[in-house]
Design a protein around this ligand. Structure first.
Ligand SMILES: *Cc1c(COP(=O)(O)O)cnc(C)c1O
Length: 365
């Protein structure tokens, strides 16, 4: 069509986010059934039955626009988190909150600083506004290099993303290092603490992000219903910010960005404490199992506080697993061709992965 001349140059250069391959697509390609997906950090145990019941009940009302204020969910979450209801900003996934942050803070000439490898959406939302990504390499043990992130802040920096636990490594930073880091930041940058995996965290000294939201203007913690609550397909997440920042994000938000079904499902999922507990314990046992079994195969893994783990399984392992009907995440795009990211599955899925990796290692395939 020849639109290149009028499309924004930063959009022309965008590298689109590469989502994990859907199971149905792989089954079609291989002509087999029973493929498993351990690639997108989705809930291993599926959605809460209470959330599903709430969705069914709400179906009758889908001709109505959603409650643009997410009133019921806002009230429930604010009392649970002990924050002012107006500190909450809801989005179509935490992804939309990332995008809103970029929209209100970034333009050409501005910089956003984040660790790398980290969540692949950060450079997408930054470049989407024509701003510049400053990527700070992870340390040797693949954790955030917080002093280097702090040192990378300039007078052009508007936004810092800290992904804790970090995707795709699963590693996390503790309270002591984190608190020192926040104290080192100038007042004029917004700090976004991405806690998409918050509910899976096992370390006991995990930072208290909400303490900083309460203390430091321009701080936001991001959470989501996509991971432990098993609602990735409905698209709902939220940010908890100081009142001023929350206000700007609300101003930039579309009025009906969160759909009706997502709102009722999220509320019901929050009430289903037993289901979230089961997701957490299934994940915790799966993490221990995979660490020890992969270790026994001579595959290096990293400690994880999330629902996935990083494994140094050798070049093209993801491709070879794919041909065996198992989808994991290749990390070539991060310059880590020897590593894969494995979403922790149900026990039988984890066992199938281990068995297949063992066969691949023994050269049987
Ligand atoms: C999954 C994920 C998100 C957000 O997911 P949504 O489905 O958009 O809520 C945000 N950050 C990280 C690091 C994630 O892994």
């Amino acid at each position: 069509m020849g639109l290149e001349g009028i499309i924004k140059s930063h959009i022309l250069g965008l590298e689109p986010y590469q989502p994990g391959k859907p199971v149905e697509e792989l089954e079609r390609e291989l002509g087999i059934e029973g493929c498993i997906k351990l690639a997108s950090n989705e809930s291993a145990i599926g959605p809460s039955p209470k959330a599903m019941a709430a969705i069914r009940e709400a179906l009758e009302g889908v001709h109505r626009y959603p409650d643009g204020a997410s009133f019921a969910l806002r009230e429930r979450l604010s009392s649970r988190l002990e924050v002012d209801p107006e500190q909450l900003v809801f989005g179509a996934g935490a992804d939309e909150i990332l995008e809103l942050l970029a929209k209100v803070l970034l333009g050409p000439g501005d910089e956003a600083v984040f660790a790398w490898p980290s969540f692949a959406m950060y450079p997408v939302v930054v470049q989407g506004m024509g701003a510049t990504s400053i990527r700070v390499p992870l340390t040797e043990d693949l954790t955030h290099d917080l002093p280097e992130i702090s040192a990378a802040v300039t007078d052009r920096t508007r936004l810092i993303f800290v992904c804790n636990p970090n995707n795709p490594t699963g590693t996390s930073v503790g309270a002591e290092a984190f608190d020192r880091f926040v104290e080192s930041l100038p007042k004029t940058v917004v700090l976004a603490i991405d806690e998409a995996y918050y509910e899976f965290v096992r370390r006991t000294d995990f930072p208290d992000s909400l303490k900083w939201v309460g203390r430091r203007p321009g701080t936001i913690a991001l959470r989501t219903f996509s991971k432990i609550f098993g609602l990735a397909g409905l698209r709902i997440g939220f940010g908890i910010a100081d009142l001023e920042l929350a206000g700007y994000l609300q101003q930039a938000r579309h009025p009906f960005n969160v759909n009706r079904l997502a709102e009722v499902a999220a509320l019901a999922a929050l009430e289903d404490v037993e289901h979230a507990e089961r997701a957490r314990s299934t994940n915790s046992e799966g993490a221990d199992y995979l660490h020890s079994e992969l270790g026994a195969l001579g595959i290096e893994t990293w400690p994880t506080d999330a629902n996935f783990l990083l494994a140094k399984a050798g070049a093209d392992t993801a491709g070879r697993l794919l041909r065996e009907g198992i989808i994991v995440r290749a990390l070539n795009g991060f310059g880590m061709p020897d590593h894969i990211r494995i979403s922790i599955g149900l026990p039988e899925e984890n066992e199938r992965l281990v068995k297949t990796l063992r066969r691949l290692r023994e050269g049987g395939l």
